[in-house]
Ligand binder design. Structure first.
Ligand SMILES: [Zn+2]
Length: 185
């Protein structure tokens, strides 16, 4: 979901953006991220191939998520780019300790660059498999377009972030009230 948010449809997914995303989500270490930034120079073919897969994956996930939110059927071919990544990435899950908590992390067998997208494909697949029960939501701010995961107890969260879109909506509502109050006078 974060990957889809980080790669909006109106902007081209650039290599820098992709690597920045992988670094910010700890899919790659800062050192590996720095190495990868040079890949288009050292191995342009490999970089281009991965970028193409990343764009396909982003496009597919957005399409499926949008269909899910609209309660529409998801066509098998939309899912294919996700399965394509899942199919080629061999590896296993492992429990990794962090600050006294355990989380499940995907450990790739290595080789090739496709594993870089494995965690994204896996996480996207989990949301898709949740189907109608998924807590996936689209921000109520029509100008925002971000997906978010509703973990609230009431499951009635409307904004990607209360601080950004929630607040903006409150301010707008206040301004509207204020304006109508003035016209009434
Ligand atoms: Zn928002």
């Amino acid at each position: 979901m974060d990957f889809v948010n980080a790669t909006p449809p109106n902007t081209e997914v650039s290599w820098e953006r992709l690597i920045q995303f992988l670094s910010s989500t700890d899919i790659v270490s800062p050192e590996r991220g720095a190495q990868l930034l040079n890949l288009p120079q050292s191995d342009p073919r490999a970089a281009e191939a991965l970028l193409l897969k990343a764009r396909r994956l982003s496009f597919a996930l957005r399409k499926v998520f949008t269909a899910m939110l609209r309660k529409q059927r998801t066509a098998g071919e939309w899912i294919e780019p996700v399965n394509e990544i899942l199919r080629i990435t061999e590896g296993h899950d492992e429990l990794v300790g962090q600050d006294g908590l355990w989380k499940i992390e995907f450990v790739a067998r290595g080789g090739g660059l496709d594993w870089l997208l494995a965690a994204v494909a896996r996480s996207g697949a989990e949301i898709i498999a949740e189907g109608a029960h998924a807590r996936l939501r689209l921000c109520a701010n029509v100008h925002c377009g971000l997906f978010f995961y509703d973990n609230s107890r009431t499951r009635r969260r409307r904004w990607c972030s209360m601080a950004v879109c929630g607040n903006r909506s409150k301010v707008a509502a206040f301004a509207r009230k204020h304006a109508s109050g003035r016209t009434a006078l």
